[in-house]
Design a protein around this ligand. Structure first.
Ligand code: GLA
Length: 587
């Protein structure tokens, strides 16, 4: 029996009236040593519930392997901490989660098979989902309300009405949850468009809506779809995310608070999306594809009440004030900002060029044509492709199948140009000076599309490559997972310019760990690690100009910074600052 039940216009929890005041907080976007702090701040803002997605792609990186449930993926621990804080949990296990997350959370090993129809009743898809749920649910069930835990509701799919019309698929998912012991309330969430609501909801499963404004109209549309039951905004968008090369999105705190006020005045329940956005650490960010491919930045600050580093921002105070009027808030002091590290300059004085390292350290897979990333057994990161060009002279390189997603071309070790999927680029003029010149193409997977029909698009080089109309055959393909760069053979670097992709390393001293922001003036594009922890991508295209360095990643004494700089740099220094810079704001 479900602890959370519905009445004609609201919820009961264990039989008592209950309004869900929830905030989204994705454990997988927050350093696990900071979970407790963020959950406490959720309660202190007046929330009684938190919501999290569950990213299938990280929990099950290998279809045959065990589930990963440790460190930042220790969901049982997160649920325990939420319960200890007195918070309830809305769980959104997908299997698709959207969320500006790599591939919307669908594992690349599954979507790589283009015969399988994702997010449908295709038994090859639902079979994989079932096997995942077989592994995922047993360690989670002790944290469900039926067993005395905090999880009071579970979402079926995510905004499915924006994608498909396969009701049998939704029914399969609801049944799969029930069959594995989930007794809690099930819900769907969809945009308020009547067609979305119709295609995305199921009889007997609570339908909720996602919106960020026009509160009364949105609630009316939800009510038109379901004539009775609680009104719930399952994603109340109070900010937004950013794409590389776009503006930094913010939403005025007073405006968002006024809409929260309208929602609560209407008697609705809410999940603030996001309460705390956190960070797309490592290579976890997703991408959109409307008219063109547009990858999402590393920060998931979202202009949320708690900033990326967990500080209460203007929206925290404004929302707390609204919640205080409608439901009351704890009579405890509002937390202040966390301490920040005093600015530090880091000299990157050791170097290791990437291309020779990649070619030597990763055994190649040989292909007549270049092989896509998934065929090399890898989901994210970089691939180095190498071949020899028999012809000479000036000509056009043509990547006939396109690129997923950004390719740097080198001829005999010298940079020859860059092609981007974002710009629909598939050809590059090059000059081949000698027969047998080495052509190298370094391709970066910039993140899997997480919304719409391009989910699961392949990565790497996606077909034969021609030079001057002749197909180049015989490729060495080296997949570079871009994991911990601890094994890279660094050597002392000449100070100053470097013209080729290279790892750069420096050490710096810290007296006492505190939150910091990595600033990289003079660097172009790449990845950053501190003490082996992958902070994520940086790119001078912006808008984001600093990367968040969570305090628990630092240690007292010597610390290690590694940058994989994909282009040349004239800089030999990086800076840890005390202030984030997410870029120029959209006005
Ligand atoms: C939708 C999705 C979320 C997220 C938001 C935008 O509502 O359900 O996962 O992608 O859009 O941030």
């Amino acid at each position: 029996m479900s602890a959370l039940t519905t009445t004609s216009d609201g919820f009961l929890l264990h039989g008592e009236p209950f309004r869900i005041l929830s905030g989204a907080l994705h454990y997988f976007r927050v350093h696990p040593e900071q979970w407790g702090d963020r959950l406490r701040k959720a309660r202190l803002m007046g929330l009684n519930t938190v919501e999290t997605y569950v990213p299938w792609n990280l929990h099950q990186p290998d279809p045959g392997g065990p589930l990963v449930l440790d460190g930042i993926l220790d969901l049982p621990r997160f649920l325990r901490l939420a319960g200890a804080e007195g918070l309830r949990v809305l769980l959104r296990p997908g299997p698709f989660i959207c969320a500006e997350w790599d591939g919307g959370g669908l594992p690349a090993w599954l979507t790589a098979d283009r015969e399988i129809r994702p997010r449908s009743a295709d038994p090859r898809f639902t079979g994989a989902v079932d096997r995942y749920l077989d592994l995922l649910l047993p360690p989670l069930l002790p944290h469900f309300a039926a067993a005395g835990g905090p999880v009071v509701a579970v979402q079926v799919e995510n905004e499915y009405g924006a994608y498909g019309t396969d009701t049998a698929y939704l029914e399969h998912l609801a049944g799969a949850l029930r069959a594995r012991g989930v007794e809690e309330l099930l819900f769907t969430c969809d945009q308020t468009d009547p067609a979305h609501q119709a295609a995305g909801s199921l009889p007997g499963v609570l339908a909720t809506a996602t919106f960020g404004s026009r509160v009364e109209e949105s609630l009316r549309r939800l009510r038109a779809h379901r004539s009775e039951g609680p009104l719930m905004c399952a994603e109340f968008w109070i900010g937004w995310f950013d794409h590389w090369g776009g503006p930094h999105h913010v939403r005025d705190a007073a405006d968002a608070a006024a809409d929260l006020d309208r929602l609560l005045a209407a008697g609705a329940s809410v999940n603030v999306y996001m309460f705390h956005g956190g960070t797309n650490f490592g290579l976890t960010s997703g991408a959109d594809h409307h008219h063109a491919y547009t990858p999402t930045v590393t920060s998931y600050d979202y202009d949320a009440p708690l900033t990326e580093c967990g500080d209460p921002g203007p929206k925290y105070h404004a929302f707390r004030e609204v919640i205080a009027r409608h439901a009351g808030v704890p009579d405890e002091p509002v937390p202040g900002p966390s301490p920040k590290l005093a600015p530090v300059e880091v000299e990157l004085d050791r170097r290791a060029p990437l291309l020779p390292y990649a070619a030597a350290s990763v055994p190649p897979v040989r292909g007549d044509d270049p092989l896509p990333l998934h065929a090399l057994g890898q989901a994210s990161g970089l691939v180095l492709y190498r071949t020899a060009v028999p012809a000479t002279g000036a000509g056009l390189l043509h990547f006939t199948g396109g690129i997923g997603d950004r390719a740097q071309v080198f001829v005999d070790g010298g940079p020859a140009g860059v092609l981007e999927r974002e710009r629909h680029e598939e050809t590059l003029p090059v000059r081949i000076a000698r027969p047998g010149a080495v052509l190298e193409v370094l391709v970066e997977n910039m993140g899997g599309v997480n919304y719409g029909p391009h989910i699961g698009d392949p990565k790497g080089l996606l077909g034969p490559v021609e030079f001057d109309g002749t197909v180049l055959r015989g490729w060495d393909c080296h997949a570079l997972p871009a994991a911990d760069p601890g094994a890279v053979p660094f050597a002392p670097a000449d100070p100053g310019a470097s013209a080729v992709p290279a790892f750069h390393r420096g050490t710096f001293e810290v007296a006492a760990p505190a939150d910091a922001f990595l600033s990289l003036p003079g660097w172009s594009k790449g990845l950053a690690w501190v003490n082996g922890f992958a902070l994520g991508r940086y790119w001078n295209r912006g808008p984001q100009r600093t990367l968040y360095v969570p305090a628990p990643v630092l240690r007292s004494g010597a610390n290690d910074l590694v940058l994989l700089e994909l282009h040349g740099t004239r800089a030999a220094r990086a800076h840890l600052t005390d202030t984030p810079d997410l870029g120029p704001v959209k006005v």
